[in-house]
Design a protein around this ligand. Structure first.
Ligand SMILES: [Zn+2]
Ligand SMILES: [Zn+2]
Length: 369
């Protein structure tokens, strides 16, 4: 059934406000658009920063959500490769120029200078001006170039967090593997086994790396081994950290916010080792380059991956059974889910399931855990 012109969503009407039901007009379907009936949407910390206008460029009413999974209900005349009923996903990337080397030959559209994010930007196409909207909604209409097919074997709700948290952690690990997907013989550390980290552990382990979780205390030790880790290192233990010095080829830091002294982690790196960030501490890093120069160590960081890297990640996750641990909430209880994410009590990613359309109410049973 085609999408109605006006659809229910959950939106923040002003900065910092709770999300509530808000009906909005879908943009007219352009020749390059796909219209998706949303069934699932993951919640990311970025959604909370955007609701709060933390970076000063939020536009209200704001419909958050960039881990979107749903079914294709219609598409424009120039769209190929999709059929009605296809299970598809949309992550952080909404639109890019499709002309520059990053968008074409290099397949790194996440680095396009004209990149537009899901629910950040107002843009113009042949149907007129419109604002990109997020997945806390019943439908989304969006350029087909960033829409991904969800491979068979992935649960739609578990696929949702892969579209941001999954690709963000998979991409630097896969790049470190030379895009081979194999880290056999390498020792990888994962700092912070939380929302991002619990996926990084699985990806590194499934790539064959000796995978060590690095955490402040032993609270998540059993959990780390369940995820596939082969070792556990307590960062507060100076003796253990010293014993592991110069042994890691790659360490991925999945912690956001707070203050971080990088030197204990740099000390863990083998010559040519890399400390890589997918989360950013609140305070700028202080860095003694002497700890890196004579060992050829590096520090790097990366944003969400490209559309092609997201395709590669979905394929890898389906093949190797990588999946997030999720808590499910109906879309109408989005505020409850956001509150649990804000308080750090979520284990480990929240996923909304669409109950905003009357014909979706039948899916309601089984909400909660
Ligand atoms: Zn995100
Ligand atoms: Zn481009």
């Amino acid at each position: 059934m085609a999408a109605p012109p006006n659809v229910p969503a959950m939106a923040a009407m002003e900065a910092g406000e709770k999300v509530s039901v808000w009906n909005y007009d879908l943009k007219p379907e352009g020749e390059n658009d796909v219209t998706i009936k949303i069934t699932k949407c993951g919640i990311c910390a970025t959604d909370i920063h955007m609701i709060n206008n933390a970076w000063g460029f939020s536009v209200y009413p704001l419909i958050p959500g960039h881990e979107i999974v749903g079914e294709v209900v219609s598409y424009g005349s120039k769209v190929s490769g999709f059929q009605k009923g296809d299970l598809v996903g949309l992550g952080c990337l909404a639109q890019s120029c499709e002309k520059c080397p990053k968008c074409t030959t290099q397949q790194r559209d996440n680095l396009c200078p004209e990149l537009k994010f899901t629910y950040f930007h107002t843009v113009v196409d042949e149907t007129g001006e419109f604002q990109h909207r997020g997945g806390f909604a019943s439908y989304i209409r969006t350029p087909a170039s960033k829409v991904l097919k969800i491979p068979e074997g992935l649960d739609p709700a578990e696929a949702a967090p892969l579209l941001c948290a999954g690709v963000t952690t998979f991409t630097p690990l896969n790049e470190f593997s030379g895009n081979t997907g194999s880290l056999k013989g390498k020792k990888v550390g994962v700092i912070g086994p939380g929302g991002l980290g619990h996926l990084a552990v699985q990806f590194a382990a499934k790539m064959g790396a000796e995978t060590v979780v690095i955490a402040r205390n032993e609270a998540k030790k059993d959990f780390a081994f369940q995820l596939g880790a082969t070792g556990f290192l307590v960062s507060e233990s100076k003796d253990d950290m010293e014993a592991a010095a110069r042994s890691f080829d790659f360490i991925i830091s999945c912690i956001s916010g707070g203050e971080l002294d990088v030197h204990p982690y740099i000390n863990l790196l083998a010559p040519y080792g890399t400390l890589h960030f997918v989360g950013i501490p609140d305070k700028p890093l202080t860095l003694d380059l002497m700890t890196m120069m004579f060992t050829r160590r590096s520090i790097s960081c990366s944003p969400v991956g490209s559309t092609q890297q997201c395709r590669d990640m979905l394929e890898f996750a389906a093949k190797h059974g990588v999946k997030p641990i999720i808590e499910r909430f109906p879309h109408s209880k989005a505020e409850e889910a956001l509150e649990k994410v804000r308080s750090g009590k979520i284990r480990f990613r929240a996923v909304l399931e669409n109950d905003l359309l009357s014909d979706a109410h039948a899916e309601k049973s089984g909400y909660g855990q």
